[in-house]
Design a protein around this ligand. Structure first.
Ligand SMILES: C[S@@+](CC[C@H](N)C(=O)[O-])C[C@H]1O[C@@H](n2cnc3c(N)ncnc32)[C@H](O)[C@@H]1O
Length: 242
C-alpha cells in the first residue's frame, strides 16, 4: 500500500495483497484483497446471465470502491448506474484507481454518499439492484430497511440480487456491524422479503463465502433462473432470439 499526501490524488493505491479485510485501503476495506477481481467478475457475470442489458438501470447498494461498479459503469448506458455508499473516500479511490474521471464524465453515474435512499425523492425506476456483502453486515432492522427502500424504487419487473451468510440461527443485533459478519436463516430472509412485497429465492451462483439470493418484484421474469442452471448460453439464446 502507498499513500499520497496530496489532496487531489487517491488516499490509497496498489493491490494491497498483504492487507486484511476491513483495513484502511480501498481494496482491503471491502473484503479480502486477493478476491477483488473474483468478486467483480462474479457479480457482473451473474447480472449479465440473468438478463442485464445496457439500457437497464442498476442500483449498487454499499458500492464501496466500485469493485462491481468498475465493470457496470462502462457496460451500462449513460446515467444508468446509481451507487450508494456512506464512505465517500472509497468511491473517490475507486474512481481514481479503477475507472478514472473521464469515464465518470462519459457515463454520468449517480453517487449518493449516504447509508439509505433518502435523498432520492422520485422513483429511481430500477431494473436491478445489487447488495454484495451488505446483508452479511446488517442487523435485521437494516436488512428490512434496505428491502423496503429498494422495493419502492424497483420497477414491477425489477429484482435485487443480494448475498447473505446462511446459518441455522439468526443474528439478533441491530444496525451496521463491520468488519465482523452476521448470519441468518434463509427463512428469515424470505420473511423480511415478503414484508416488502418481494419474493425470495436462493440462487445457485458460487460465492467465495456467502449465499446469493434473488429478491424479486411480482412481475420479474424468472425464466433464466428457474428450471436449470444460470448460464450465459441460456441468456444468449433468449437475447439473440428476441
Ligand atoms: C463488504 S463492503 C462491500 C462493498 C461492495 N458492495 C463490494 O462488494 O465491493 C460493505 C460496504 O458497505 C458500506 N456500508 C457501510 N454502512 C452501510 C449501510 N448502512 N448500508 C449499506 N452499506 C453500508 C461500507 O462502507 C462498504 O463499502
Amino acid at each position: 500500500m502507498s499513500r499520497k499526501p496530496t489532496m487531489d490524488g487517491p488516499r490509497t493505491t496498489g493491490l494491497a495483497l498483504d492487507l486484511s479485510p476491513g483495513d484502511d485501503h480501498y481494496r482491503a476495506y471491502v473484503g479480502p484483497p486477493r478476491d477483488y477481481d473474483l468478486v467483480s467478475a462474479m457479480v457482473f457475470n451473474l447480472l449479465t446471465c440473468i438478463g442485464l442489458r445496457q439500457h437497464h438501470r442498476v442500483l449498487d447498494i454499499g458500492c464501496g470502491s466500485l469493485r462491481v461498479g468498475r465493470l457496470l459503469i462502462p457496460y451500462l448506458n449513460q446515467e444508468n448506474y446509481v451507487g450508494v455508499e456512506p464512505n465517500q473516500w472509497l468511491v473517490e479511490d475507486g474512481i481514481a484507481n479503477e475507472i478514472g474521471a473521464d469515464l465518470v464524465k462519459i457515463k454520468k453515474p449517480t453517487f449518493s454518499f449516504q447509508a439509505s435512499l433518502a435523498e432520492f425523492e422520485s422513483p429511481l425506476d430500477l431494473d436491478y439492484a445489487v447488495a454484495q456483502s451488505i446483508f452479511s453486515h446488517s442487523g435485521q432492522d437494516l436488512v428490512g430497511q434496505w428491502l423496503s427502500q429498494v422495493s419502492s424504487h424497483l420497477k414491477e419487473e425489477g429484482a435485487l440480487v443480494a448475498t447473505f451468510l446462511s446459518d441455522r440461527q439468526d443474528f439478533d443485533g441491530h444496525g451496521w456491524i463491520y468488519p465482523g459478519c452476521v448470519k441468518y436463516r434463509p427463512e428469515t430472509m424470505a420473511d423480511l422479503a415478503a414484508r416488502s412485497g418481494l419474493t425470495f429465492r436462493v440462487l445457485d451462483w458460487a460465492h467465495p463465502r456467502q449465499t446469493w439470493a434473488l429478491f424479486a418484484k411480482k412481475d420479474h421474469d424468472r425464466s433464466l433462473i428457474e428450471s436449470g442452471e444460470i448460464t450465459w448460453n441460456r441468456f444468449a439464446a433468449r437475447a439473440m432470439d428476441s
